[in-house]
Design a protein around this ligand. Structure first.
Ligand SMILES: NC(=O)C1=CN([C@@H]2O[C@H](COP(=O)(O)OP(=O)(O)OC[C@H]3O[C@@H](n4cnc5c(N)ncnc54)[C@H](O)[C@@H]3O)[C@@H](O)[C@H]2O)C=CC1
Ligand SMILES: O=C(O)[C@@H]1CCC=N1
Length: 254
């Protein structure tokens, strides 16, 4: 996702180096993106910024291989959900700066939300470098590292919740007798329009919802059903579960 997002956002491919475990995967990346594909050890020396974008469960094996090859003047940027920056410092030469980021899949369409935190030895300058990396992919904000598990639950996983909602509402349209494609098109454009209003109007979401909700109208009948089914409470619980899972990943890989 990161490589694809960076290339799509216009990062020059001669500034990008990818790594892969299997030669077939290396050839595929070279073919698809036109960037250099090196071994982990070679990339650690050749790159100024080393992005760790493997599953958190694979990060220990990767860091054990890579850590000793990374000179302390490089910047390590982790995209791994749950893993604190202290996880990485264990494998690195003392003093190597680590920045933790949580981005999301809209990076693939230059609309990512990326939260950036300084870990050990990371200065404002290192945060700036990470921002330059992720800004072409969408918006960036800085957060304290202790907020990253909450960020992961909210915006890291967030696209999945919206896709889930669209999927469920499309089913509801079918229940009401609409053809699947019509239901899909109606709800996708409604999602886009609503998202742009949220971003551009400056209005609170409550105000925007109230503007749709006529007295004794149709919307309030639907809202009553959502409240009856505890949808708000379900969302609070869902995000708490995602946050807890991020903590569990850290504990399991500590
Ligand atoms: N998928 C998402 O929406 C988001 C994912 N993340 C984080 O990004 C990280 C990557 O997630 P995905 O892209 O979903 O995982 P993925 O499994 O699709 O991609 C990771 C890639 O790294 C490769 N890899 C694993 N170990 C390697 C090694 N030792 N050397 C070289 N390559 C190696 C794998 O073959 C795979 O191609 C995770 O830590 C995840 O928590 C963060 C934000 C959003
Ligand atoms: O599900 C996951 O673990 C990753 C992290 C945030 C989004 N996807």
């Amino acid at each position: 996702m990161l490589l694809s997002g960076l290339v799509k956002a216009g990062w020059p491919v001669d500034h990008l180096i990818a790594t892969a475990r299997r030669p077939e995967r290396a050839a595929e990346l070279r073919e698809r993106y036109g960037c250099r594909v090196l071994s982990n050890a070679e990339a650690a020396v050749a790159a100024d910024v080393i992005a760790i974008a493997v599953k958190p469960q694979d990060a220990g094996v990767l860091m054990a291989e890579l850590g000793p090859h990374i000179p302390a003047d490089k910047l390590v940027v982790s995209l791994c959900a749950g893993l604190p920056t202290t996880f990485f410092t264990k494998f690195l030469v003392a003093g190597t700066p680590v920045v933790r980021v949580m981005t999301n899949t809209p990076a693939l369409v230059d609309e990512a939300m990326t939260a950036i935190s300084a870990g050990a030895h990371a200065t404002a300058e290192h945060l700036g470098v990470a921002e330059e990396l992720f800004k072409p992919l969408g918006r960036t904000i800085r957060v304290p590292e202790n907020q990253q598990d909450a960020v992961t639950a909210l915006s890291g996983s967030g696209p999945a919740y919206f896709f889930y909602l669209v999927e469920a509402m499309t089913d509801a349209g079918i229940l009401l007798g609409l053809p699947r494609q019509v239901a899909h098109d109606l709800i996708v454009q409604t999602a886009i329009g609503s998202a742009i209003m949220l971003r551009d109007s400056g209005e609170h979401p409550v105000k925007l919802r109230e503007a749709v909700t006529s007295p004794a109208g149709t919307t309030i009948s639907a809202i009553r059903e959502l409240e009856n089914h505890g949808v708000r409470a379900a969302l609070l619980g869902a995000l708490e579960a995602a946050r807890d899972r991020a903590r569990e990943i850290a504990a399991q890989n500590g």
